[in-house]
Design a protein around this ligand. Structure first.
Ligand code: NI
Ligand code: MN
Length: 231
């Protein structure tokens, strides 16, 4: 299957069973390589939390492609008001869709949906995603601080890939992402959620080098927007 990076926390997963996009922050994202115009076929849109750099273009993409929006009960219910297909879930719950099996994990982060005037729609809890496609388990951590139960995920899921934030300030930074990799024990780590804005500037290659030094059994891959990893 193909894992394509679109910058920030946005990944497109393409498998034999279908195509999924996670956290489609495209318009207004200085690092994105695509806009909603580039998408015609999409089965699902996964949203980790209500912040605009994750909710992004979800509604426009759902309207354009007919894809189902999958998120927490609060966030998916909010999206439903725009007349799009949604599937509500919550943390700890797993559901077998035709295109993938998806389980919501905890994420230590907020999920308010900005109204644009400094106030928020209630967004419930932020989440991460465990996704199984073609028999492989992938973990997209969402925006999160380090948490000890990553050890549980690593123990019970044989992760092919973990997409981990390294930007610091709003989420894990590089040091904590390396501890996360030690607990999650994935075959491959892709860093995300960095260099989009000055406040989350990080040296991606330095993270990969340090990951290889501290967790040599885990492969670190740096993707630029538009690049694809075949797993
Ligand atoms: Ni956020
Ligand atoms: Mn974010």
């Amino acid at each position: 299957m193909k894992v394509k990076y679109h910058g920030h926390a946005c990944f497109e997963l393409e498998a034999k069973t279908g195509r999924i996009i996670i956290d489609p922050f495209l318009c207004g994202n200085p690092t994105a390589d695509v806009t909603p115009v580039n998408f015609s076929e999409l089965d699902a849109i996964l949203i980790s939390h209500g912040h605009s750099d994750h909710f992004g273009d979800a509604i426009e993409l759902a309207k354009k492609t007919g894809a189902v929006i999958i998120s927490t009960f609060e966030l998916a219910s909010f999206a439903e008001k725009f007349g799009v297909n949604v599937h509500t879930m919550h943390i700890g719950g797993k559901y077998q869709f035709p295109f993938a099996t998806i389980k919501l994990t905890q994420a230590l982060h907020g999920s308010g949906i900005p109204k644009g005037d400094g106030t928020f729609h209630y967004g419930g809890l932020a989440c991460g995603f465990l996704i199984q496609m073609e028999g492989k388990w992938l973990y997209h951590a969402g925006d999160t601080g380090l948490f000890g139960d990553m050890e549980l995920i690593g123990k019970h899921y044989n992760l092919e890939l973990a997409m981990l934030p390294i930007g610091d300030n709003f989420s894990m930074g590089p040091e904590d992402a390396i501890i996360a990799a030690q607990m999650l024990r994935p075959k491959t780590v892709i860093p995300m959620h960095y260099n989009t804005f000055p406040v989350i500037k990080q040296d991606g290659q330095a993270f990969i080098d340090e990951l290889q030094r501290q967790v040599p059994e885990c492969r670190g891959i740096l993707l630029k927007a538009g690049q694809v990893l075949e797993i």
